[in-house]
Design a protein around this ligand. Structure first.
Ligand code: NI
Length: 152
């Protein structure tokens, strides 16, 4: 069990391009475990490794029905459009409206190093796009319209 402190904007690790994971070693598995614990501790939908200060291509997502752990995730198909509200644990108390693809197909590796693929729509598709943006140093505030502060 481990809950990380979440890195908040502005911090250069959030703007870096995260490096691919070459070996799924004990360190990577520990990062995954602690990212899961952190995601649930903060009641998030997704978390990317740079948000806990690890500049590696690792994300965890749970849009309500299952935890998805992905190493080196890539979007291989994006189609349609959805416009909706978004926030980020690294940018507390701010929400904005972001246009995203409504469907994405994402490929990556699971914790066992097996290739996995997810075909996602709506909230899960939004979460994948948001978290994969983090791996490329992109934050939702870069894409949002109608950014506004909300009460903590
Ligand atoms: Ni975020």
């Amino acid at each position: 069990m481990g809950v990380y402190q979440i890195i908040e904007e502005p911090d250069e690790v959030l703007r870096a391009t995260a490096l691919p994971v070459k070996n799924i070693n004990a360190g990577v598995l520990r990062v995954l475990d602690n990212m899961r614990d952190t995601l649930y501790a903060f009641d998030g939908v997704g978390l990317a490794a740079p948000q806990i200060g690890v500049s590696k291509r690792i994300i965890v997502v749970d849009s309500g029905d299952q935890l998805i752990e992905l190493i080196n995730p890539e979007i291989v198909l994006a189609e349609g459009e959805q416009v909706g509200k978004e926030g980020c644990l690294s940018i507390p108390n701010v929400v904005g409206t972001v246009k995203r693809a409504n469907r994405v197909v994402v490929r990556g590796l699971n914790r066992d190093g097996q290739p996995v693929e997810y075909d996602a729509t709506e909230l899960l598709a939004r979460a994948f796009q948001h978290e994969i943006d983090h791996l490329n140093g992109i934050l939702f505030i870069d894409k949002a319209t109608e950014l506004r502060r909300v009460k903590p």
